[in-house]
Ligand binder design. Structure first.
Ligand code: FAD
Length: 308
């Protein structure tokens, strides 16, 4: 085991050092079966009262209707506060503005503003739509012109795949803050030292909005590794070793995944983090278990927990 591995330097945590706020990310379902899975997850996690739940926007705006329908259903059928992701790819300003106005009318006051991946896919050159928002800061300014929205944005502790270096990314983050972003949510990462080094650089650059760590519980190691390769997130060798030989053993994989996510989150909390964003992949069980370990309880059980 490498000595520099931060997870083994930290003392074993029991959590509960300070209250932790969680937020949850879902993606809009493609089929009725996926819709059922999503809603089972939302209903299971709702009583934990996350700070907000966000719903992603498909590449190139491909889920425009489904994202909107999911967000609207969250407003109508739950007590959750939804945040709608929105990108500028392949759309005119007028089209994007219509989406923003529709959210305002539906009572949604939080948007996760993103540029989005190039229409040609990750790795292709990004070309703004000639009549569209050219960049994320431009989109944020548009959102602010339309309504009084809370605006969250992305942040990349291991730099964005298109970026020459982290300094460029941090300069872009600063532009997003200057345009009105009030929170950044990071790309997922597995080595907490990467996050804290990034946080130091961001603070040194004078950016003071919350940089909320995005945590991806490993539902499926192979898929996670493939996804990480596309997004520029590194997968430490120790993580691969933990799932080694478990391809045919879903039950053990799930237990390991909960242990790995809990360990990562406890280390973050021990080191001062107060807000955690979970990439749920529309599955409740791992996230629910980690939230439970963090001390979150269904609202109805609060009195019992306080008395214990
Ligand atoms: P930005 O942060 O605006 O820019 C990304 C990078 O491009 C910069 O870091 C920089 O390297 C370069 N760049 C941008 N502007 C300039 C400039 N003026 N000069 C030089 N370099 C520049 N994608 C979706 O399609 N739908 C989603 O719902 C979605 N949700 C996401 C949520 C989170 C929390 C994260 C981290 C990512 C999400 N993504 C989503 C992925 C995101 O769309 C892609 O990573 C996309 O390639 C960049 O969008 P962005 O808003 O992160 O870009």
């Amino acid at each position: 085991m490498p000595l520099h591995d931060s997870r083994f330097r930290s003392r074993p945590s029991r959590g509960g050092a300070h209250p932790v706020r969680v937020s949850l990310e879902f993606f809009p379902p493609k089929t009725p079966a996926m819709e059922e899975t999503l809603w089972a997850a939302i209903k299971r996690l709702e009583p934990l009262r996350p700070a907000f739940v966000s719903v992603t926007y498909g590449a190139g705006g491909s889920t425009r209707e489904r994202t909107h329908a999911t967000v609207r259903r969250i407003v109508e059928e739950t007590a959750l506060r939804p945040a709608a992701h929105l990108t500028c790819v392949s759309a005119t300003k007028a089209e994007v503005d219509d989406v923003i106005r529709a959210y305002a009318q539906a009572g949604v006051n939080h948007i996760v503003a993103l540029r989005g991946d190039p229409a040609g896919g990750i790795g292709a050159r990004y070309e703004p739509h000639p009549e569209g928002y050219a960049s994320t800061p431009d989109l944020i300014a548009g959102i602010r012109r339309i309504g009084d929205f809370e605006v969250s944005v992305s942040a990349y502790p291991e730099k964005h795949p298109e970026s020459a270096d982290l300094d460029v990314d941090i300069a872009v983050l600063r532009q997003k803050v200057e345009a009105g972003a009030t929170r950044a949510i990071t790309q997922f990462f597995f080595d907490n030292d990467v996050y804290f080094r990034y946080l130091d650089k961001v603070r040194a650059a004078g950016i003071d909005i919350p940089i909320v760590p995005g945590i991806l519980p490993v539902q499926n190691f192979r898929q996670t590794a493939a996804f990480a390769a596309r997004t520029g997130a590194s997968v430490p060798a120790w993580l691969a070793r933990r799932f080694d030989g478990l391809d045919e053993d879903a039950e053990t994989r799930r237990l390991i995944a909960a242990a790995v996510a809990a360990e990562q989150v406890f280390d973050l909390v021990d080191r001062g983090v107060t807000d955690i964003h979970f990439y749920t992949m529309n599955r409740a069980d791992l996230v629910y278990a980690v939230c439970h370990l963090l001390g979150l309880r269904p609202q109805a059980d609060e009195a019992r927990v306080a008395a214990a």
